[in-house]
Design a binder for this molecule. Structure first.
Ligand SMILES: NC(=O)c1ccc[n+]([C@@H]2O[C@H](COP(=O)([O-])OP(=O)(O)OC[C@H]3O[C@@H](n4cnc5c(N)ncnc54)[C@H](OP(=O)(O)O)[C@@H]3O)[C@@H](O)[C@H]2O)c1
Length: 242
């Protein structure tokens, strides 16, 4: 998406050059997982450059937190662990008319050997990592098409090594990669540029049932302090396009 410049103000009050779409509108993104970790860092990076954010929060409380971090963002409340309810919420919610990107970053992991795996653990990971992102993609595809936007889905190198104890996580992340492949094939004729499921290189130890760090840091650097999160989430050339 080519862009032209325009003056704008950051939340800090500093004047920045706001990158705009070729049609002059501010770039717009729908993001899941903006409450912590990679999603928070990606959201902060895009917000700070003046883009408009639409965010998904799992609860009213988390929506309030997001509204504090991103004051003019639009926030939709919906629990990814309940895709059926999420579909109903999306059907009645005001949705963006166009999107430059749909960034499906939220994820959850649980560690359990197959012999110990409960339906509840399995269901949460499959719903959050696989079913809900598919539901969201379907609901927001008209906006992605209208904006000729990108669909980016956080994946994991865990699907390449299949280590023990992560069967539900690996199954859900493998599934979403397959979904991205089919989406890419289907949408190429609609001008949607290559939906991708991006592997995320582990940046710190994942915690049981959540990948959150102790503090909800929005630092744009990983634990080594070297590589910007956004560049880890997607290649630099892709980052320049969203
Ligand atoms: N961190 C890593 O090393 C690593 C490695 C490989 C892949 N990944 C992938 O990268 C993505 C981000 O990982 P991360 O470590 O940054 O995760 P994180 O810090 O744990 O953040 C996860 C985000 O997902 C949201 N989320 C979880 N369950 C949800 C639900 N039921 N409804 C709505 N939102 C929900 C969380 O919301 P709340 O803020 O409300 O908790 C949070 O914002 C994930 O897809 C993960 O699989 C991460």
């Amino acid at each position: 998406m080519s862009a032209s410049g325009g003056a704008g103000q950051q939340p800090s009050g500093a004047t920045v050059t706001v990158a705009r779409r070729a049609d002059g509108r501010r770039r717009r993104h729908f993001i899941t997982g903006a409450g912590s970790g990679i999603g928070a860092a990606v959201a902060a990076t895009l917000y700070d450059r003046g883009d408009q954010l639409w965010l998904l929060a799992r609860s009213d409380k988390r929506a309030d937190d997001l509204a504090q971090n991103f004051p003019d963002a639009r926030v939709i409340v919906g629990d990814l662990a309940n895709p059926t309810q999420l579909e109903l919420i999306l059907a009645s919610a005001p949705l963006p008319g166009f999107l430059d990107s749909l960034l499906l970053i939220a994820g959850v992991i649980g560690f359990s050997r197959v012999v110990e795996l409960s339906a509840g653990q399995l269901g949460e990971q499959v719903n959050v990592n696989l079913v809900a992102p598919m539901v969201l993609t379907r609901a927001l595809l008209p906006a992605v098409r209208a904006g000729r936007g990108l669909v980016l889905i956080a994946n994991s190198t865990a699907i390449l090594s299949a280590g023990g104890g992560r069967s539900a996580y690996v199954a859900s992340k493998s599934g979403i990669r397959g979904f991205a492949d089919v989406l890419r094939a289907e949408e190429s004729s609609h001008g949607v540029p290559s939906p991708r499921s991006f592997p995320v290189v582990p940046t710190r130890p994942c915690r049981k049932r959540s990948m959150s760090t102790k503090t909800r840091s929005t630092t744009p650097h990983n634990s080594c302090g070297q590589t910007p999160w956004l560049n880890r989430f997607c290649t630099y050339s892709t980052y320049q396009r969203i």
